[in-house]
Design a protein around this ligand. Structure first.
Ligand SMILES: [Zn+2]
Ligand SMILES: [Zn+2]
Length: 262
């Protein structure tokens, strides 16, 4: 289950008009999603080409899409991103390749350009039936079963008729795959004791909540689709930015920052 780029873009525009406190973030995110949609289209519609799954081999094609991302960062991004885009523009192929390979093999949520560029690539990789061959990340329950990426957020979904509780899933920060995950379990360290796991929620963001773990001091945000089925999780997670500030003040670290660095 992955939302179309247009669904994400429209939701970002809708929330930007509703939430004045996050309007700037969401307006930028809508433009960024527009660039990602275009990058995805460039990869998907390229004649006689399918991703091999080996990033090193796919780089000559991926590299061609970087200007689309740099342009949106330069013209619509916050000042630090605009500066970084300016700095990257004259970068050599080798420098760009190194940046992308480094992110692929040792991902960090601080590398905006690599993460934003490789999301549409990894998504197309998953959708086209390829297998990531040169990522080499550890396989764990709390990592994406397709690409081993970290979870960007958690999802709470409607109850299945056969079960007595709703289901929880995680959404991959790299390829946007959604995979099922136990309901009471820290998505960072695997803590299962309910007394160590805490949930915070405010009526202002009714379908979002903070899921925090006292054992590892990490948190993730969850989007509750049983409360609002029209949410686009990636976007609604970002719109609830004040919850991140609140969690950070309490000393919790987010498992994976989103693309606007929150
Ligand atoms: Zn993934
Ligand atoms: Zn934990």
């Amino acid at each position: 289950m992955r939302e179309s780029w247009d669904t994400l873009i429209n939701r970002a525009l809708e929330l930007a008009s509703e939430r004045t406190d996050a309007a700037e973030l969401l307006t930028f995110y809508a433009k960024l999603l527009g660039a990602q949609k275009e990058i995805y289209g460039q990869l998907r519609n390229r004649e006689d080409w399918l991703p091999s799954g080996e990033l090193a081999a796919d780089l000559p094609v991926i590299r061609l899409t970087l200007p689309t991302l740099l342009e949106v960062a330069r013209t619509s991004g916050p000042a630090p991103l605009a500066e970084e885009a300016h700095r990257l523009e004259p970068a050599s192929d080798t420098e760009i390749d190194e940046m992308l390979l480094e992110y692929w093999r040792a991902p960090t949520d601080l590398h905006f350009f690599a993460k934003a560029l490789l999301q549409p690539y990894a998504r197309w990789l998953a959708e086209s039936g390829a297998t990531p061959l040169d990522r080499g990340l550890e396989r764990r329950e709390n990592r994406c079963p397709f690409c081993a990426g970290k979870p960007q957020l958690a999802l709470l979904d409607a109850e299945e008729p056969s079960s007595d509780a709703g289901t929880r899933s995680l959404l991959c920060s790299t390829c946007l795959t959604v995979w099922p995950f136990k309901r009471v379990l820290c998505a960072n360290c695997g803590e299962e004791r309910p007394a160590k796991l805490a949930y915070f929620h405010t009526p202002e963001y009714d379908h979002a909540r903070i899921e925090a773990c006292d054992s590892c001091q990490h948190y993730i945000k969850a989007i509750d689709l049983t409360k609002f089925g029209l949410a686009a999780p990636l976007v609604d997670e970002m719109a609830a930015a004040p919850l991140d500030l609140w969690a950070r003040e309490r000393g919790w670290k987010k498992i994976e920052l989103n693309l606007v660095g929150l």
